[in-house]
Write a protein that binds this ligand. Structure first.
Ligand SMILES: Nc1ncnc2c1ncn2[C@@H]1O[C@H](COP(=O)(O)OP(=O)(O)OP(=O)(O)O)[C@@H](O)[C@H]1O
Length: 256
């Protein structure tokens, strides 16, 4: 059951020269939702993700996280607040192993608070190291990556790279996960598996907002779909309603 509003955009605008990549986009996502973002090529999906995650500054409008205005904050500030973005091409350390890629995304829980000096003592560091090892192990197991944990990121398959990217988000303690085409370039069976996995993470409380071109896979798993067209939200609703909306078909055919 969806809870409080965790992510909101109000009248978001982003222009590239004469191109209105975002032309007044207002969306709202509630805690625990699993929402798909679709639309023809060039409709503004990636730009919306880039503005939400602080990569681009908008030319107008605002972004709110947990009710707080975060417009223009840099990506790491949003990351600290639990918003984690995965990329179409996973940004991994190719010379490092899968387990190292995951572990380096773990948050430093010590921070700069009054106890940080105590927490930096040797025995605490050892304890922390052990608990980090356990967390990485649990995350990799959840994502079926244990078998390739000691392989370098450059040696694993495209699908496993996507999963490693997701493992980094989990180690970073994502509360809201934005994913840009998590199944791009992977085999159909694995695409289904990735979405089953996302559904499981969502059922454990992670809010997920995902761009996906494979509509047949997406529609089987998300509870709501937002359709963009020419920088605006065209339609939104449950997948079965969106699938039969003639405006959606028109938008796809028109841009084909
Ligand atoms: N950095 C940029 N510089 C100039 N134009 C851009 C830039 N990024 C996006 N655009 C333009 O903005 C519009 C929206 O692009 P965007 O990539 O957001 O669409 P999309 O829906 O993600 O497309 P696709 O499904 O093909 O990835 C397009 O016309 C695109 O050419």
């Amino acid at each position: 059951m969806a809870g409080v509003e965790v992510l909101k955009t109000v009248d978001l605008r982003k222009y590239f020269g004469g191109v209105r990549a975002l032309d007044g986009v207002s969306i709202s996502i509630r805690e625990g939702e699993f929402v798909g973002l679709i639309g023809p090529n060039g409709s503004g999906k990636s730009t919306l993700f880039n503005v939400i995650s602080g990569i681009y500054h908008p030319d107008g409008g605002d972004v709110y996280l947990y009710g707080e205005k975060v417009t223009g904050l840099p990506p790491y500030e949003l990351y600290r607040r639990g918003l984690v973005r995965g990329f179409q091409v996973p940004r991994l350390w190719h010379g490092m192993t899968v387990v190292e890629n995951s572990a380096t995304a773990a948050r430093d829980r010590r921070g700069d608070g009054p106890f940080s000096a105590i927490l930096r003592r040797k025995e605490w560091l050892q304890w922390e190291e052990r608990s980090l090892v356990k967390r990485v192990h649990d995350v990799l197991e959840k994502l079926s990556l244990t078998r390739v944990a000691l392989n370098r990121a450059s040696e694993i398959s495209g699908g496993q790279m996507k999963l490693t990217d997701i493992s980094r988000a989990l180690m970073g303690e994502a509360r809201i996960l934005l994913l840009d085409e998590p199944t791009a370039g992977v085999a159909p069976k694995l695409a289904q598996d990735i979405f089953k996995l996302l559904e499981r993470l969502n059922s454990e409380g992670l809010t997920i907002f995902v761009i996906e071109h494979r509509l047949e896979v997406l529609f089987n798993h998300v509870e709501r779909v937002i359709v963009m067209h020419e920088g605006r939200v065209l339609v939104e609703g449950p997948p079965e309603k969106v699938a039969e909306d003639p405006r959606v078909l028109d938008a796809y055919l028109g841009s084909a």
